[in-house]
Design a protein around this ligand. Structure first.
Ligand SMILES: *[C@@H]1O[C@H](CO)[C@@H](O)[C@H](O)[C@H]1NC(C)=O
Ligand SMILES: *[C@@H]1O[C@H](CO)[C@@H](O)[C@H](O)[C@H]1NC(C)=O
Ligand SMILES: *[C@@H]1O[C@H](CO)[C@@H](O)[C@H](O)[C@H]1NC(C)=O
Ligand SMILES: *[C@@H]1O[C@H](CO)[C@@H](O)[C@H](O)[C@H]1NC(C)=O
Ligand SMILES: *[C@@H]1O[C@H](CO)[C@@H](O)[C@H](O)[C@H]1NC(C)=O
Length: 758
């Protein structure tokens, strides 16, 4: 598809409004929320916990951080530091690094880039060593490195294995004692390489002069899938500027490359070079949208289960509309990738320098195939020019399984969960560049995001994810430490319908104990357990619910409170919007509306305690067709003589004694109202401003409301126009008008019955 796009079409695409579907996490857990208990390891002097590796027995976590190697025991639920050894950059390298104008504060360190268990007693490790890559072995018995007589760590040259620059992406995989790496091979960072060494096979590399890799190739993953048809192959994932397209703008494409483990290189031709290097384009796009062309990370599922092996790629896009980034997840089957590698080659026409499909004869065995034999020189010469496949690898179902606006994913890890109905569901854990984690469930060809966890404050990217399914844990590496996150906390769902609406395959409702429990806790006896991942319909799943008219008393509401307040006092009633997928509405004692009550932010109702505002207030949510009460309040007033008034009581006392105060107060109320309406309009303006980005979504803008969910209680057109004018003249609609949401300008003193606006 892409190859037929003309620059004009591209221009057209650029002008297309960015309209697409978006997924909203159902529940967001803020940083430090006790319902998602997170273990955290940090050490003041140690930064950049980039490498996370599990020991073969699954009981030890090895961590490569800046200038340090660490190990943790994960036998217990807490993470325990068991060993730590410093491995700083050498003095000579640091001096040289600084003299080449690199930063002594951020760059001239030893960033660990490779940490690979070579046998039961040793890890092979490489680091950037202040722009002078070095490698060594770590003896796990005493957690030590070989040292010379002066105590300096003995290292070997780490060039072609670790990048020089800590910002460059890299990948490595250990297979049959050989280390395969994809990295930058020079100080300048313009010579990418795919390299093999360490074992006793010939060291091989990509040929720089032949343009097999563009100078900006950026590696994000490498795999050696198991299974008879593919275990002889290593796959590399990266992106690079495409040379086969001549667009008016530089075009990045995602790629998969393949080399054979049994490659020996050529003798005269392609000596010490790969003789089996092939690459193909990966496409992740949706019709009429910018392609997701930047590959952030890749993981593999069913590694052992050829041909069902599936790669999960996280993409972002080179084109940002209105400064909004977005991400997509595309699935690629190993089967499909192999089909493309077995298809037609591309070649460059020397005269016009155009890339076209190669139509000539192909020898047998195919050049680039992993047949294991030595290729004749004619085939090797053919390989020098025919390393790009003609077909693109299309994602499964020809489209992304997940698209998320305004978020840049950095990492992905996948897990398989067997649900109560014995179906296996894929759960994707996605780290963002702002320190969030999204947990998404793949449901057929689409996904839903169950929860969003804010993990790192202040915002820092998630640098690494390591899933340990057996322990139900996810390890996360970031600049300041590592985190241990349980894959689920089913306890947060306190009723059957909540548990079902969550659609979390890790959780099911245990009817016997009336609890939302982890499915892993009791895999053999799920007789009385309820779950509905596909539809999340409590009506049909929770048995007692549909028989009862009203929600069960023990199920809800989340909040229930009685307020007795002096007349003319302002009272804020909150309706926690826990599920972002629900729509919320209030039931008030005065359905026609009273000037003493108004909606401020989406989840707060502000009332003045008056005779016509007393009574019951209920906030209801409708989610997935199911209606439930979220909050219930009973408001009664107390007059100056101390008599408590409920709704329906004679209000003579209340009104008479507080008439004066009421008038005074009323002026203040108007001021407050104007401020609040101002807030609302700010939000409406912001919502309209981003509306085109979210047309088909039910999204909620954080802190603000989408236009349709705002019910304006004021119909004063004059006021609206005035406020619109105010917001318009402000220029930047997004911030100033939305700011008062926290309303630091309004101080309320409940005891003294006073409201202050500063
Ligand atoms: C493991 O590898 C290291 C480094 O190559 C080597 O020195 C050591 O003897 C090996 N140990 C075993 C048990 O193979
Ligand atoms: C190296 O080669 C020898 C035989 O040539 C073999 O026995 C040994 O297993 C090889 N080592 C590795 C790490 O592949
Ligand atoms: C789900 O996965 C388990 C192994 O984890 C496997 O035994 C089972 O057959 C799978 N079920 C289905 C329906 O694929
Ligand atoms: C609140 O008041 C109502 C009516 O007076 C009463 O039925 C209810 O039990 C009270 N609830 C609480 C939580 O005090
Ligand atoms: C659930 O039941 C309620 C009434 O009990 C009904 O109004 C609603 O449409 C049902 N929802 C679904 C998804 O079946």
């Amino acid at each position: 598809m892409m190859s037929t796009l003309t620059p004009c079409l591209w221009l057209f695409l650029t002008l297309l409004p960015w309209v697409t579907s978006d997924l909203i996490p159902r529940i967001t857990f803020k940083y430090g929320d006790p319902s998602r208990l997170i273990e955290r390891f940090t050490q003041k002097a140690v930064h950049n916990y980039d490498q996370l590796v599990l020991s073969p027995d699954g009981e030890t976590l090895y961590v490569g951080a800046r200038d340090h190697l660490l190990s943790f025991s994960i036998r217990t639920s807490a993470i325990q530091l068991t060993n730590q050894v410093p491995w700083p950059a050498t003095k000579g390298s640091i001096d040289n690094c600084i003299s080449k104008a690199k930063s002594s504060e951020t760059e001239c360190f030893n960033f660990i880039r490779i940490l690979a268990p070579v046998n039961s007693t040793h890890l092979y490790t490489c680091g950037t060593n202040a722009f002078n890559p070095a490698c060594t072995y770590l003896d796990l018995e005493d957690f030590s490195m070989p040292r010379d007589a002066n105590g300096a760590v003995l290292t070997t040259d780490g060039r072609s294995q670790s990048p020089f620059d800590p910002r460059h992406k890299y990948t490595y995989i250990l297979a049959d004692g050989e280390l395969y790496t994809g990295t930058m091979n020079n100080f300048q960072g313009n010579e990418p390489i795919i390299y093999r060494n360490l074992g006793n096979k010939t060291s091989l590399k990509t040929e720089g002069a032949l343009g097999w890799l563009n100078s900006d190739a950026s590696f994000v993953g490498s795999f050696n899938p198991q299974g008879s048809a593919v275990d002889s192959k290593i796959y590399f994932f990266f992106d690079e500027t495409a040379r086969e397209y001549d667009f008016f703008e530089k075009m990045t494409v995602a790629r998969v490359a393949r080399v054979c483990k049994n490659d020996l290189g050529g003798e005269k031709v392609l000596q010490k070079r790969w003789s089996t290097f092939l690459k193909a384009q990966l496409t992740c796009s949706l019709d009429f949208h910018f392609p997701f062309n930047i590959l952030q990370h890749v993981t593999i599922k069913n590694q052992e289960d050829w041909p069902t092996g599936i790669f999960y790629g996280v993409f972002s896009t080179q084109w940002q509309v209105g400064g909004l980034r977005s991400s997509a997840v595309c699935l690629f089957s190993l089967d499909e990738i192999e089909k493309v590698f077995n298809g037609a080659y591309k070649e460059q026409n020397k005269e016009y320098s155009k890339w076209t499909r190669y139509m000539g004869p192909v020898s047998d065995p195919r050049p680039g195939s992993c047949t294991g034999g030595k290729f004749p020189d004619s085939d090797l010469n053919f390989m020098k020019e025919h390393f790009l496949m003609d077909e693109e690898v299309l994602p499964m179902d020809k489209k992304p399984v997940l698209i998320k606006q305004n978020v840049q994913y950095t990492r992905i890890a996948t897990d398989t969960v067997q649900a109560v109905n014995r179906h296996n569901y894929t759960v994707m854990f996605l780290g963002t560049d702002k320190g969030f984690l999204h947990k998404a469930v793949l449901d057929g060809t689409e996904s839903h995001i169950i929860e969003e966890l804010e993990l790192v404050v202040p915002q820092e990217p998630i640098d690494n994810l390591l899933l340990v399914p057996k322990k139900g844990l996810l390890y996360i590496g970031y600049s300041a430490g590592i985190l241990q996150v349980p894959l689920a906390n089913c306890n947060v769902y306190q009723s059957c319908f909540d548990c079902i609406l969550a659609r979390d395959p890790y959780c099911a409702w245990d009817q016997k104990f009336q609890q939302c429990k982890s499915v892993r806790s009791q895999q053999d006896n799920w007789m009385s357990w309820l779950q509905d991942i596909e539809r999340g319909n409590p009506n049909t799943t929770c048995p007692s619910l549909h028989k009862m008219r009203k929600p069960q008393p023990n199920s809800m509401p989340i909040k229930e409170e009685n307020y007795t307040r002096p007349f003319n006092m302002i009272l804020e009633l909150s309706c926690p919007h826990r599920s972002a997928l629900a729509t919320y509405s209030w039931r008030t004692p005065n359905p026609a509306g009273s000037e003493g009550q108004m909606l401020t932010t989406a989840d707060t109702l502000v009332i003045i305690v008056r005779s016509d505002t007393l009574g019951a207030y209920e906030c209801w949510a409708v989610e997935n067709g199911y209606r439930y009460a979220v909050a219930r309040y009973w408001v009664s007033g107390v007059s100056s003589t101390g008599v408590i008034k409920n709704k329906g009581d004679s209000d003579l006392d209340g009104t008479a004694s507080s008439n004066m105060a009421e008038r005074d107060f009323y002026q203040q109320f108007v001021v407050v109202t104007v401020l609040l309406v101002l807030t609302l309009f700010g939000c409406v303006a912001l919502a309209l401003y981003t509306w085109k980005d979210k047309v088909r979504t039910k999204s909620k803008i954080q802190g603000c409301s989408t236009p349709e969910s705002i019910k304006l209680s004021s119909n004063n057109l004059q006021e609206k126009r005035l406020l619109n004018g105010l917001c318009d003249s402000g220029g930047d609609l997004s911030r100033p008008c939305c700011m008062p949401i926290a309303r630091p300008d309004i101080k309320m003193d409940l005891d003294n019955n006073s409201v202050g606006v500063s």
